[in-house]
Design a protein around this ligand. Structure first.
Ligand code: PGA
Length: 233
């Protein structure tokens, strides 16, 4: 695991952009993408660059169950607003949170991932160490699955909703097994609230109790952290 310390999210976004640009130059075609406040500065860098993604594919990590892509709290909506409307990809996949048959949607998403092996996966990390919406306790070999969100995640995400009761309780998430198949992983974390999770991920035991710790087993992970997120390492 390579750790890159940056001053703040602005510098982190620039650093992540440089790494992704190198991969584009090496002909990377499929990008695993994440939502949340963390990747926003990175997406700004992408939008302001001349990099062309119109022949590339993106595959997002997760989506809330029950929200459609036109709902402004959905992750599809977030991605459209923060990236795709301004920097279009040839194809952009996000799980369908309104699918009637969620199991079928999971298998369909797995099919998409297996037909489009991910070259570069962008990750954030939850305060509880989740990656995607793979909450503590998730086995390391999972593929796309339905997740019951933990209280920690619901609390962390309620800032985006009017009322905590509006936060969906379930989500669809790419599994840890699929994330680990990405050729390169770039994990971003900023702020004190992430410090414990980062310490556990970098130095702790590899355990499903801290899903991100599995990344110690991956051959090509770059972690971009600001001072606060790295403060316990
Ligand atoms: P955040 O979420 O970027 O909004 O902090 C990250 C995550 O939960 O993976």
């Amino acid at each position: 695991m390579e750790i890159i310390r940056v001053k703040d999210a602005q510098e982190g976004g620039k650093k992540a952009f440089e790494l992704v640009k190198e991969e584009v130059e090496k002909d990377a075609k499929v990008f695993g993408l994440a939502t949340g406040s963390t990747p926003e500065t990175f997406y700004k860098e992408l939008i302001n660059s001349s990099l062309d993604f119109s022949d590339k594919i993106s595959i997002n990590l997760d989506e809330y169950i029950g929200l459609s892509g036109t709902d402004d709290q959905s992750y599809r909506y977030f991605m459209n607003e923060h990236l795709f409307n301004k920097k279009p990809f040839k194809e952009s996949y996000v799980p369908n949170g309104k699918a009637e048959d969620l199991e079928a949607e999971c298998r369909h998403y797995d099919q998409i991932i297996s037909e489009n092996p991910i070259d570069v996966q962008i990750l954030g990390i939850g305060q509880n160490g989740h990656i995607g919406f793979n909450e503590p306790g998730t086995p390391f070999d999972t593929s796309t699955h339905v997740v019951k969100l933990t209280e920690s995640t619901i609390n962390a995400n309620k800032r985006n909703f009017e009322n905590v009761n509006d936060v969906p309780t379930h989500a669809l998430s790419m599994g840890i097994g699929s994330i680990m198949k990405a050729k390169k992983i770039i994990l971003l974390a900023y702020g004190k609230a992430k410090a414990e999770a980062i310490k556990g991920m970098v130095e702790g035991e590899i355990t499903p109790d801290l899903p991100a710790s599995v990344l110690q087993n991956h051959p090509d992970v770059v972690v971009i952290v600001d001072e606060e997120a790295a403060s316990l390492c």
